[in-house]
Design a protein around this ligand. Structure first.
Ligand code: NAD
Length: 344
């Protein structure tokens, strides 16, 4: 099986080279993203392996299909960057549903703690032998209320971490899970009562700009917003206005709606053209990390292991309903995945 691996980074290769050694999978690593301009690179390959900022829209899917690509192996959990409906009946799409929900939940807490206790500012001061404390006052997390939006694998672990800090949890999920023992409320109540809000739902048509001018107006003044999910969940301009007015105390962002051409690349020494991101980064109460919440040794190892396994299983003609995405074929009652454990 010939695999074209897009957006390849040195830390990806370690695990993938290890798990493909001695197998009949050969990988060609491309540093570029997969998109309409680069899709022709996939000619002659059986599979493309892609990550969060590769663009697999209908044009790309059609071109991949025309070139004979049979499988899209996502090495991530979210698949909002793939037009799965365009893939239906043509190309099979697999993902890594869980590689380390702990990695992401722990990073969300790292952002919250860093923001609340001004760790980046404190670090910069002491590096300069400035041992003053003015402007570094935080608040106790203990006894505060955190609103968790999306209570799947990551949201559940983040809730557990927050419980460990003695926080009260309010949860909102489109599909609440009664087994989790969480206090589910409607979204307006969560927005109005939380001191901290952390986003852990996927980016869908429903959730696009879930945090917008209207929802920000409903917040308790001084709320902290943490986003380790997908940038498109937040209307960034509305967030900036919210921070400027003080309605939002600060934001810890691992993702950004226009991150695609920027994150994972080194632009130090360049003037970046994204004024919104420049304004965000310039704010003292905003921390931006470059979509790195997943980046732990354990997660990288699981990603490589599961992706290689997905490729082997698919090309052996076997089923893997747990990792193949649902294409929203709209056959509600007679969905083939329900009956035959595969979509097509
Ligand atoms: P999951 O599928 O286990 O959980 C998602 C939860 O969101 C589910 O409980 C689902 O019911 C809920 N949900 C769906 N639609 C909703 C809506 N409209 N409103 C509220 N809740 C809704 O997924 P997960 O593994 O917990 O991952 C959550 C998200 O984290 C992923 O979608 C992905 O975008 C993001 N993620 C980010 C990183 C990173 O490095 N920053 C890494 C992995 C995942």
């Amino acid at each position: 099986m010939k695999v074209a691996f897009f957006d390849a980074k040195p830390y990806d290769k370690v695990g993938f080279d290890r798990y493909t050694e001695g197998t009949d999978i050969s990988i060609k690593y491309f540093e570029t993203h997969l998109n309409e301009d680069t899709v022709s690179l996939a000619k002659g390959f059986d599979c493309v392996c892609v990550f969060v900022n590769d663009i697999v829209n209908k044009t790309v899917v059609d071109k991949l299909y025309e070139q004979g690509v049979k499988m899209i192996a996502l090495r991530c959990a979210g698949f909002n960057n793939v037009d799965t409906r365009a893939c239906f009946g043509k190309i099979h799409v697999f993902r890594v549903p869980a590689y380390s929900p702990y990695a992401v939940a722990e990073h969300a807490m790292a952002l919250l703690l860093s923001l609340n206790r001004h760790i980046p500012r404190a670090y910069n001061r002491t590096k300069d032998f400035n041992f003053t404390l003015a402007g570094l006052t935080g608040f106790d997390l203990h006894g505060k209320t955190v609103g968790v939006i999306g209570t799947g694998k990551i949201g559940k672990i983040f809730s557990d971490i927050c419980k460990g800090f003695g926080m009260n949890i309010l949860a909102y999920d489109k599909f609440p899970n009664p087994d989790l023992g969480l206090n589910y409320v409607e979204l307006p109540e969560l927005l109005a009562k939380s001191d901290v809000i952390s986003l852990h739902c996927p980016l869908t048509e429903d959730t696009h700009h879930l945090i917008n001018k209207d929802s920000i107006a409903q917040l308790k003044p001084g709320t902290i917003i943490i986003n380790t999910s997908r940038g498109g969940l937040i209307d960034t301009e509305a967030l900036i206005d919210g921070i400027k007015s003080g309605q939002v105390y600060g934001a810890g962002l691992d993702v950004y709606e226009e991150e695609g051409d920027l994150f994972y690349e080194d632009f130090s020494g360049h003037v970046i053209q994204d004024d919104t991101l420049i304004r965000l980064i310039a704010m003292p109460n905003v921390i931006v990390t470059s979509h790195q919440a997943y980046l732990t040794r354990e997660a990288l190892d699981n990603i490589a292991n599961t992706t290689v396994n997905n490729i082997q299983i698919f090309f052996a003609g076997e089923l893997n309903p747990e990792t193949e995405v649902c294409y929203h074929c709209a056959r509600k009652e007679s969905c083939r995945k329900e009956r035959h454990k595969k979509c097509f």
